[in-house]
Design a protein around this ligand. Sequence first.
Ligand code: PEP
Length: 268
Amino acid sequence: MFERKGYELKPNPKTGRYRLISGNWKMNLNHLEAIQLVQKLYFALRDVDYAYTEISVHPPATDLRPIQLLIESDKMRFSLGAQNCYYETNGAYTGEVSAGMLAKLNVKYVIVGHSERRRIFGESDEMVAKKIQAVFSEAMTPILCVGETHDEREKGLTDEVLSRQVRIALQDLTGELASKTVIAYEPIWAIGTGNVATAEDASSGAQLIRQEITEMFGSSVASGVRVQYGGSVTPVTAPELLDAEGVDGFLVGGASLDAETFARIIRA
Ligand code: PEP
C-alpha cells in the first residue's frame, strides 16, 4: 500500500561504501509502542532520505515479529535488526535466542558485543567472536561494537583496547566475511551520557579500527568495512560526525526512540 518507488540505495560517492544508520532501542517499547514508532518514522521520512542511507531498526526481541510483519506488509524501506543473539544453535540455554531464530524473522543486522552486554552481562571478546560466526553462519550481518571506557582513554589505552576488541572478534573470519562486518565505534564515555565525541575522535577511532583490519586482512578488506559512530548522537551533532573521515553512519540509542529526532539524524 505504501510502496516507495523511484529510489535506489547509492554508495557514498566519496568512499564507495553504503551508509548505515541504525536505531538501537535497547530494552524500550513493547510491541504496540514499537509499531507506532516505526509508522511515525516512516511518515517522517521522504523518498530522498533513503537515497544514500540504509536505515535499520533494532527493537527488543519480543517486538521483532510484529515489526517484521509491518515492514514487509507495507513495503517499508527499513532493515530489521536485532540487539543480540546467542552463539549456540539450540539447546538448554534458558532465555537466549539463536542466530537461526533471528534469520527466520528476516533479520538482516545483529548488534554484537554492545558495551552494555560486555559490562552488565559479562560478555568476553571470545564470546563476541563466536556470536559473529553464528550471525554470519545464518547469512546475516553483525554490527560489532567496540570502544574504550573513560578510564582507558585517560590512560592512553584507546588504541590497545580497540585493536584487541577488533582482533579477537574477527580472528576466525575469512577476509571476505571480515569486509562485510559493520563495526560501531562506540566510546563508552559517550554512550547515553550526552558527552558526544568530536568529529576528530570519531575519525581517529575509525582509523584505528581500519588499521587493525589492514594488519589482519590487508587494505582492500579494511577499506570495504563500514564503520559507524555511536554515542549520544543528536540531530545537532549528526552532520559534523557524518562528515568525519572514515565514518559511514551511526548506531543511535536514546535519540532513535523519537521518530522525528531519528528522522532528523537520518537527514543529516
Ligand atoms: C548505543 O547504545 O549504542 C548508543 C549509542 O546509545 P546513545 O545514542 O543513547 O548514547
